[in-house]
Structures are given as C-alpha cells and as structure tokens.
Design a protein. Sequence first.
Length: 87
Amino acid sequence: MSCDDGTDCEQVLEGLYLFLDREIDDASCEEIQAHVDSCSDCLSAYDLERLVKTLVSRSCSEVAPQPLRDKVLYSIRTVQVQITEQR
C-alpha cells in the first residue's frame, strides 16, 4: 500500500518499532514522522503501537516481591544443577 506522497506504508510500518525506540538514524525518523503525520492509517498503527509500548513499559517497571524472586532464582539453580548432573 502506498500513500499519496508515494511512500510505501508497509515499509514505514516495518520500521515503526525502531522509530518508537529511536533506534534508527535521524533522517529515517524524520521521514517516518512526516509519513505518519500525513497518513491516517499509519497514524492509527503508530498510536496503537505507542500505547502498547507504554502499557508494557509501565507493567514491566514493577519489582517482584523478594519471596517470588528467591523462588525463581531457586528454580533456575535447580534446573542448572539437573542439567549439569545429566552431562
């Protein structure tokens, strides 16, 4: 799919995650931003991905309670020992 400006929407959407994380060069960011600003379909996709990223970021910022962390670490160590013993 292409927009009126000739930009390939699929290509823009493929770079959306890199754009959201600012993991691409400034020129590419500007190009994607300009496209998103002028393309309602890509703007909707951008808004959705940004919302998902925000929700995931917010939910991943909580620290697990110490008893849970201890239990997970114990389970990891147990599996490591089992693997080592099987070799």
